[in-house]
Each structure stands twice: as C-alpha cells, then as structure tokens.
Write a protein that binds this ligand. Structure first.
Ligand code: GLC
Ligand code: MG
Length: 250
C-alpha cells in the first residue's frame, strides 16, 4: 500500500450516493495502491450493515466504536494489541457509577455500549455538562476521555483511545508516514484524527464543533459535502498522484 485513506462513515463517506460512487470509482481506478479504512462511532456489526447498504466494499481496516476497536479485512481479524494497550487503567464500572450522579446524562441503548466505550445522550441545551464530566473524571481518579459529537452524544473512552489515537497506532504498526494518510470526518469524534498531523479533510456539511480546527495546518475545509468533500480533499492534497510519493512532494 502506498498510502491510506481513512474516513468517518456517517455524514462523511455516506450521505450522497452519487458522490460516494465517484469516490469509490476514483479509488478503484487509482494507479497508486490506497489502503481504504473507516473510522466510525458505530460498532462493528452496524458498521458492516451500513457499508453493505451503501455498496461500499469491505475496507482493509475498520476502526470502530470511536477508535476503541480495530479490525482488518477481509476476515475482520481484531487487533488484540490495540485492545490490550487501551485496557490499562480502564475502569468502566467506576465511570458509570460516577457519571450516574449527572442528571443531564442518559446512557445510550445497550447495543451502543462496548467494552471500551460508554456512551451517553446529553439532554437538549445541556452541552455545558461536558466540561463538568471532564473535570469530574480526573477528580475521582479516573483516566478516561470524554468525546462530544453531534451536539448530543458523549462517549467516554480510555484516556489513550479515540479515532486519532487508533490511527496513530496503525501508522506506527504499519509504518505509514503521516503525509501518506488522509483522514476525513464531519463531527466531534473526528477532531483528534483531523488534527493528528495527517492530511485532514473536514467535509462541507461538518458539525459546528469542528469549526475551531479552521486554519489549523493540514486541516482542509472542503467545499463539497459528504463524499464530494473527500474527493475535494484528494484533489487538494494531490493524494492520488503517483509523484506524491517522491520525497519533498506535497
Ligand atoms: C455513533 C455511535 C454512538 C456514539 C456516536 C458518537 O452514533 O453509535 O454510540 O455516541 O457515534 O460517537
Ligand atoms: Mg460522522
């Protein structure tokens, strides 16, 4: 593989079927070998369902449950090294107990709860409680990360997990230089991967919670929405150009 394209699914890869089709054709017809990966908040089973529904071929790498699980296609082999790494200092029972004190948080459905992801919905207009959660966890000696998305979802993850951390781990494990990784996303749980020093693309329909990344190096705000924004990003960085590989290239 010459480089890797890692995209969020909901409202990034999917949303506009014609644009998705254009993107998939570009990748399939590219003269450079692109590792195709997804990084999503969804868990594996519903990730596979939605990819099939939208006619997306099985990715080479699947980063699911907000970067707490990694699988490799085509046999969906889990990366146990990643699970072992993030399991350290993870105390889910204690986290649930501490956060039960907060009345503006409601646990999401059991199917959205994973071994390394505790997910809540925040009451409307109560997003201010994210700061409270961020203060409360360390105060109670808990090493965990709070990730806020779409103005209403709050995921609690091991402190060293998340989409950005998972991609850093993949880059290290598979020796991908940062400039050979293009990441695309639209909402809060994509922020850490977008500012990871890769080639970042925020699609045109991004949530306001990504606005603070505007003007940051290597975060391109695409005019196109959904997969059309990813295509804009490929053009902007010249990511599929064969000569891109040359040292000193863009
Ligand atoms: C997906 C997950 C949900 C999570 C959200 C934001 O919708 O199903 O559990 O809270 O992404 O990361
Ligand atoms: Mg999304």
């Amino acid at each position: 593989m010459d480089r890797a394209l890692i995209s969020d699914i909901d409202n990034t890869l999917i949303g506009d079927p014609a644009a998705l089709d254009r993107l998939l054709r570009r990748l399939a017809g590219s003269e450079v070998h692109v590792c195709f990966g997804i990084a999503t908040g969804r868990h594996l089973e519903i990730t596979l369902e939605v990819l099939e529904e939208w006619g997306v071929p099985l990715p080479d790498v699947l980063v699911t449950a907000v970067g707490t699980e990694i699988y490799y296609g085509p046999h969906l082999q889990p990366d146990s090294g990643w699970s072992e790494q993030i399991a350290r200092q993870w105390e889910p029972d204690k986290i649930r107990e501490v956060l039960a004190e907060m009345s503006d948080l409601r646990l999401q459905a059991p199917k959205n709860q994973r071994s390394f992801k505790i997910s809540y919905v925040i009451s409307p207009d109560k997003s201010g409680c994210v700061r409270q959660v961020e203060k409360l966890l360390p105060k109670r000696g808990l090493f965990a990360k709070a990730v806020f998305s779409h103005g209403r979802f709050l995921d609690i993850l091991p402190a060293d997990a998340g989409k950005g951390a998972a991609i850093r781990y993949l880059a290290g494990r598979w020796h991908w230089p940062p400039e050979h990784i293009l990441v695309a996303g639209d909402s809060g749980n994509d922020a850490d991967m977008l500012q990871g020093g890769y080639r970042g693309v925020a699609v045109g329909n991004h949530s306001p919670e990504l606005e603070w990344l505007r003007g940051k190096p290597r975060v391109f705000f695409a005019p196109g929405k959904y997969a059309a924004g990813i295509c804009d990003g490929l053009d902007y960085y010249g990511f599929l150009n064969a000569e891109y590989r040359k040292p000193g290239g863009r």
